[in-house]
Ligand binder design. Structure first.
Ligand code: PEP
Length: 253
């Protein structure tokens, strides 16, 4: 069975102490995950070592970085390399979040470089894609999102691709309280899986986890996650509230 993943994206929220408390409040619930389920917390860089030690003894709980740089090392003041993440034992990294694409001009080509560096170090990329409201209203979302995959991922081998997690996040649903309907999510996830199947083969496509992101909360997680091609969620706002995120973890298939 494909991995079912509840991924928290804390973004630039909270202090170190608040992050530690949030993790403790969630972990104290002692939710035992099945072998095919994973929980990932994408924490800010200064919290990563603390967060990794909090989940160290929790099977199938992991910490992710929210970004990495697309160069190996060098004179790039303020950036964080994949080698640095590997050196503190980070196993996941979110890349291509729409906020990074919009505010930091991250292109599909730059994301392809990040994917390569992450896979070289066996860090699982959580690759975000998704269309803006204009694109959805013009009904061109399928081609738009397929191009994001093509330009950032199609250079990979099938074996490499099988190590990538996709997060479909329609921009119009991020932080807006406006969720895609479960039917809209399923339709896009099935489309993405068929795009992946054309390029990498059906077996590989069937093994790739495709998460939905965009105003997921305790009240809608069960319905969204129950769609056959939705393999969990990438969650922003609701992941900052322990009881909300606990319910979201429990909604995993
Ligand atoms: C996100 O930032 O990835 C996200 C989905 O945010 P929210 O859940 O707040 O819409």
């Amino acid at each position: 069975m494909r991995k079912q993943i509840a991924a928290a994206n804390w973004k630039m929220n909270g202090t170190y102490q608040q992050g530690e408390k949030l993790l403790n409040d969630i972990l104290k619930e002692e939710i035992v995950l099945a072998a095919h389920q994973q929980v990932v917390f994408a924490a800010p860089f200064p919290f990563l070592i603390m967060a990794n030690s909090e989940v160290a003894d929790e099977p199938n709980y992991f910490i992710a970085a929210q970004n990495c740089y697309n160069k190996k090392s060098g004179a790039y003041t303020g950036e964080v390399s994949v080698d640095m993440l590997e050196s503190i034992n980070i196993k996941f990294c979110v890349i291509g979040h729409s906020e990074r694409r919009e505010y930091f001009n991250e292109s599909n080509a730059v994301l392809a470089e990040k994917i390569n560096l992450l896979l070289e170090k066996n860090i699982t990329p959580i690759f975000c894609c998704g269309e803006s409201l204009n694109i959805r209203e013009a009904n061109t979302q399928n081609t738009y999102v397929a191009t994001q995959l093509q330009e950032s991922l199609f250079h990979l081998t099938a074996a490499q691709m099988s190590k990538v997690v996709i997060a479909y996040e329609p921009i119009w649903a991020i932080g807006t309280g406006k969720t895609a309907s479960s039917a809209q999510a399923q339709e896009m996830h099935a489309h993405l899986r068929s795009v992946l199947a054309n390029q990498f083969g059906k077996d590989v496509a069937n093994e790739i986890s495709i998460l939905y992101g965009g105003s997921v909360k305790a009240a809608n997680a069960v319905e969204i996650f129950s769609q056959p091609d939705v393999d969990g969620g990438l969650v922003g706002g609701a992941s900052l509230i322990a009881e909300e995120f606990v319910a979201i973890i429990k909604a995993l298939k």
